[in-house]
Design a binder for this molecule. Sequence first.
Ligand code: NAD
Length: 532
Amino acid sequence: MAVKSADPQARHEESVITAERINRFGLLARRVTAASAREPITVSYPVTGETIGNVPRCDEQDLRSAARRARASQKEWARRSIAQRARVLLRFHDLVLRRQSEGLDIIQLENGKSRVQAFEEIMATATAARYYARSARSHLRQRRRGGAMPVLTSTRELRKPRGLVGFIVPWNYPLTLGITDALAAIMAGNAVLIKPDHQTPFSTLWAVELLEQAGLPPDVATVVTGDGAELGPPIVECVDFLMFTGSTRVGKLVAAQAGERLLECSMELGGKNAMLVLADASLRRVIDGALVGTFSNAGQLCIAMERIYVHSSLHDVFVQRLAERAAELRIGGGLDWSKDVGPLISRQQLERVNAHVEDAVEKGATVRAGGRARPDIGPLFYEPTVLANVTSEMRCFGEETFGPVVSVYPFDDEDEAIDLINDGPYGLNASVWTRDTGRGRRIAERIDAGTVNVNEPYAAAFGSTDAPMGGMKQSGVGRRHGAYGIQKYTEPQTIAVQRLLPVTPPMHWDGKVYATALSAGLRLMRRTPGLR
Ligand code: NAD
């Protein structure tokens, strides 16, 4: 049964908000426990603005009791072997793939992105589950370390779970960012407390439901929903480690609060990512890559390209073809596979995109494609936009737009282009295009970004879950993925056992004799090859 919408723009999309789906969202919302009887948070379908469900507006007390429940469940979970925990993640992997159709619907209904881009989230989630299930043993195993004195000291390094790990998550990749980092923490034996963005809570709730169906004990993964500014400070107070993904502005606020109690955190923040197109690049491949790299999720992707530097021999034809192809992208909503670009998430995002484009145009930029909102399609749509003649006085030159807007610049001197890419406060992702991949790698090494993709905009590096992913400079602190992406959720502990002779002499020993003997020992160690 279709639910009627008051918005005439929405009429063509009415059928996707069915009573069955609304009931399903209601069931997912019940996974959040809130004692307070506050006005709930309304979640809407960005394509039309229709309501799809409500979630509790948790207060500080709700959050603290969720943290207590999660903590109480952690000890038993940490006692399970790595193999037992891995089985839960692998069953979760299978459920995510088997139930992907429902997952895609949920992501699309709360975020608005196209179905193929929602599938990227299913893929990233399954991949992270498989990767950490299969690799945790090697990342977390006890390691023998060089002792204070060879033979006499036997030293091992252990990794203990932190306890309760907090996650503050944005709306743009509600499933991937809502659960994949938490999977690593869970695999390491922690309980997790996740606060999704208030606009997109259901993908995380769905993932936690699947995790429990896969055998995760109740409360090991606990979700609180509510206002970020209200719940942020008590999360910082309650947890033993914090993973924050969001804007650099809020990341700095949260890091300052965490600093007050010396809470360690990992942060994945904003970017102003650049693409570098060398003269020998394949134009066909680079245009395809630029379209995906700039307009995926309507540009609301932290690792999306917002600046493209093109060798002047290709620049004019590049801009023309990119503009033509951008104008052909299929904008719209719906839960089928037919659209390329969905809406922005909110009025605030739309205003930001509008403001950046208007500012650029006023200061002399040329709009080569797009450049306007599309209220005829839905309240939050904006056309894929290609700008040329952008200068450093314009907001879109250095500020993150986080929308479907890209600026293209010509270059002649490769060194100058690299300097421009490295200029500014961010260092998240970059992309280099050339037929000579060796040269591509060498240029990549000169770029100050946490990930650099050669002949791909972002997915090659992000999808390499075995390798670290994150930002340099103000784009982040720490990394997700790879060994670091799970080891950060543990406390290293060193256990050293001393045999036969002590390292420090008993008080009654002759200190001079001891120092002479030890000095001889140190000289011998220095001469022994391979001894560290
Ligand atoms: P945001 O910083 O406004 O919000 C992110 C999260 O922080 C949300 O859950 C929000 O509720 C919460 N929050 C808001 N105010 C808070 C406060 N005072 N204390 C604690 N938590 C608070 O970011 P956004 O607008 O939702 O997301 C877009 C930004 O996130 C962009 O800058 C984008 O580049 C960045 N991002 C980065 C990555 C990455 O991996 N580097 C991934 C996705 C998004």
